[in-house]
Ligand binder design. Sequence first.
Ligand code: PLP
Length: 378
Amino acid sequence: MIYFDNAATTIMHKEVVEAMRPYWSELYGNPSSLYDFAIKSRESVEKSRKRIADVINAKPEEIYFTSGGTESDNWAIYSAANAINIKGNHIITTVIEHPAVLNTCRSLTKKGYRVSYIPVDKYGVISLEDLENAITDDTVLISVMFANNEIGTIEPIDKIAQIAHKYGIAFHTDAVQAFCQIPIDVKKLKIDMLSLSGHKFNGPKGVGALYIRQGLPIEPFMNGGSQEKKKRAGTTNVPSIVGMGEAAILSDSRLDYKVKTEIELRDYFIKRLSDEIADIRINGDIDNRLPGNVNVSFKNTDGESLLVILDENGICASAGSACSSLKKGNSHVLEAICVPDEFISGSIRFTLSENNTKDEIDFTIKVLKDSVEKLRVN
Ligand code: PLP
């Protein structure tokens, strides 16, 4: 199998599986319990909190564990909006966010919030001018993703945060695709809240975290026990949190190598596609994109049929984001960057890891060359 769908999910590293193992059936104590046996669980959770915090230059007490990126996004937007809404009821986000952000904002609209969706240019970068113009006295939250999950474009997060703070507005970023893929420093970038998800950086699924800057008013997300400083109730998911912490330090310690290798593979892939297959377009910002992202559209081709052929050849790729691949219709991200009609339905996302090889890319190019022409409708 050739796995080119690392934005959908990643393999768990063996070290991560090993780190988690004792916490299923040996060290199964509930970290909230008071006896000695539970202390080991509690210490491991706190060690993971520090590990995650260290990767983004946060304080451990600013990290709250959640069930994943979706919950972190929901919490950041929904609860922050509630907590701050004495000031107003206007939220600003972008048209290219993940459904975890878009649908949370839509649900707030039904509760009387006003949401502005900032457009992006043809590379997927938001206009800072449009962002600033959208701000009103009622704006309580700006939420802009760090990097897009479909086209890989990295947003100008430092400048967005600067604008937010100039007007005293809280700034949240969905960094699910960026965390442990590119360096992030929440203090330097002045980020107020940041969402991340374990399974995107070789950790387990169903676990994530929300960074909340100390001092930011925020409401509890789950009501119940006093876990996570009474902000997110529910018995602590110790094995997954331990796994996520291990994955974070492993990925972070290899980040330079990972970024360099993925960029080399990505650029090789893009060059071969451009050199050898006619009538294609690479979507997203060529330079300012996630290291492993190759999003390509083949003119007059059906992407779904192409995915089936790739699958028959053992190649895993995606038509868009995994979350929308079961949904018919064009990607909202590709529509937002104005991919022309004759290209949009022939779009495939390949997302590489540092473990992919040029041989795998060569084989994929061969499969694509053989199939694209056959599939093309004139
Ligand atoms: N945000 C982005 C940008 C994503 O790519 C994803 C998952 O694909 C999520 C949020 C949701 O994360 P999770 O799968 O952990 O709920």
